[in-house]
Design a protein around this ligand. Sequence first.
Ligand code: BGC
Ligand code: ZN
Length: 353
Amino acid sequence: MHLEDVPEPSLGDVDGGRGVLVKVIRVGVDGTDKEINEAEYGAAPEGFDYLVTGHESFGEVLDAGPNVRASLRPGALVVATVRRPGSSPYDRIGLQDMTTDDVYYERGINLLHGFLTERYVEDETYVVPLPDSLREVGVLLEPLSVSEKGLNQAYEIQRRLKIWKPERAAVLGSGTIGLLCTLALRLRGVDVTCFSKRKPPYLNSRLVEELGAAYVSSEETSLADTSAEHGPFDLIFEATGFSPLAFEAAELLAKNGALVLASVTGGDRKAEIPSDKINQGFVLGNKVMVGTVNASPDDFDRGVTDLVRAEAFYPGWLAKLLTTPIEGLDNYEEMLLHLTQDEDAVKVFVEVG
Ligand code: BGC
Ligand code: ZN
């Protein structure tokens, strides 16, 4: 990672008078940025030998083209979505998060520059407005949208069951996605157990408990024992990055349950699994397992609603995730240090402006 002078973006970069010029206020970083910096993931845009990283944006509209909707006028607080359409039928109906193309375009990740910059321009189609009350926590919208998509997919799939209402859920992992998923489930009235590596008490376990959810450490209890005590789980959301756990979860999932897989595991880890048992459990129990990536416009909208509801029901909780502010783009080395080595950081983010 290094600093680079880039051309000043302008409204004219977007066709049809739909451009929105945004002053970047904050940008969060996560495991994806870490992998990009380690050259394990992502790619620069065509014709460039660098990629502007940063996909968890938050900013304020400075200027807008004549055809931009009223909610995105100057002064509005906004978050840009990450993925841009390719050419599959899903992309053509605005569901590029469901693309079947081999190549996908994501700002700050793959083939498109991102938001760790002072200003950016975007088509209004990909810009989401936030109420002023979310100024302090709006940078959490993009990671929340990833959790929202996984949950919304599960609920959408489970409409097949006519009366499905998950009573008990397990969230595997207590990183930003796991914590925000626990939040979204608690806001839906679900009894949640968050299963994560580190022994409690520490910040993440306290955050889980503040939501009225249970925290269980994998260093003290197996997932099977956790399921015996707190389950069976109607919904399991995997967000640890440790793929063998997905198959342990598959074995324990309740009848008619849904298992949501959300970890982008870049390695080539292998695991031995009780395949007959898992398969039979899925058949006799009508279970589903679904993968989820990125987020649709609806998931962002639901994310905004849940941020507002979180501030009402769990005041101050979201701000506690923002553990590690980095002052300015110049301090990108410090940002990387916290991202890779700081065990106590929940969300590392750059105060750009
Ligand atoms: C981002 C998603 C993206 C995914 C895969 C995540 O870190 O938050 O928006 O789709 O990586 O590239
Ligand atoms: Zn991300």
